[in-house]
Design a protein around this ligand. Structure first.
Ligand code: GLP
Length: 241
């Protein structure tokens, strides 16, 4: 695992957005895995800015897979991750909807179909990841196994609590998520963590391996896993380790 502590939060965001753009430009057929959450909002806005600045950018051949999605929400609900990515990335850059793969949450064999689509596309070149306060990645909650594949997961009370301010009537209790092993299959993993509220989780992540109480620890064995932190998220770790 490579750990980068950026001097400011906006620099951390810039580093992540630049790496995504570099990956997208490295091959006209790049496949990217996309995360959502509050952490990623500035990343997508920086990426949109960088794409607009770089005149030679042609992203028509690139493909995107969403990491996860809430179950139980109507298709047109404003808080679906589909809607999130449409408004933060797809529309501002002018990407085509056909370049995006969304979890088929309404199909009973949706998880299997999503794995098959991923395989047919040749896998993910770069997967962007956030970190849940309880150590989850995607929606792989504590207790998830290292060999888990894409599936529907019951959300923990902590996750429901962390996200409930986004919902009014329906508060989702389940989510569709790529599994841990599905994420480990990606060729490169790029995780961004910002803010003081995640500092304790980052500390735990750095000092534990393959610990099911903090699923992010499973990623540490990946040969190309980069963790980008802002100073607040890194505030509880010893930088001289
Ligand atoms: C959410 C999502 C994750 C996200 C994480 C952190 O519940 N399932 O994909 O990375 O939790 O979210 P935030 O950035 O809002 O703290």
């Amino acid at each position: 695992m490579r750990i980068i502590v950026a001097p400011t939060s906006s620099y951390a965001v810039h580093m992540v957005a630049s790496r995504i753009l570099e990956k997208l430009l490295s091959s006209p057929n790049s496949v990217l895995g996309l995360a959502t959450g509050k952490t990623m909002i500035p990343v997508y806005s920086e990426l949109v800015k960088l794409v607009n600045l770089s005149k030679s950018t042609d992203l028509k051949g690139c493909h995107f897979f969403m990491l996860d999605e809430y179950m139980d929400l109507p298709f047109n609900h404003s808080e679906t991750f589909r809607n999130y990515i449409q408004s933060h990335l797809m529309e501002p850059i002018g990407l085509n909807e056909s370049q995006f793969n969304f979890p088929p949450v309404h199909l009973s064999d949706g998880p299997l179909q999503y794995e098959e689509t991923l395989k047919a596309r040749g896998g993910i070149d770069l997967q962007l990841l956030g970190l849940g306060r309880n150590g989850h990645i995607g929606f792989n909650e504590p207790g998830s196994q290292k060999n888990s594949r894409t599936r529907v997961i019951k959300l923990s009370d902590d996750t429901i609590e962390a996200n409930k301010d986004q919902f009014k009537e329906i508060i989702p209790t389940h989510a569709f998520s790529m599994g841990i092993e599905t994420i480990l299959d990606c060729r490169e993993l790029l995780m961004l963590v910002t803010g003081k509220s995640k500092a304790q989780t980052v500390k735990y992540l750095i000092s534990h391996y393959d610990d099911e109480t903090c699923p992010a620890t499973y990623l540490k064995g990946h040969p190309h896993f980069t963790l980008v932190l802002d100073p607040e998220a890194a505030s509880r770790i010893n930088l001289n380790m």
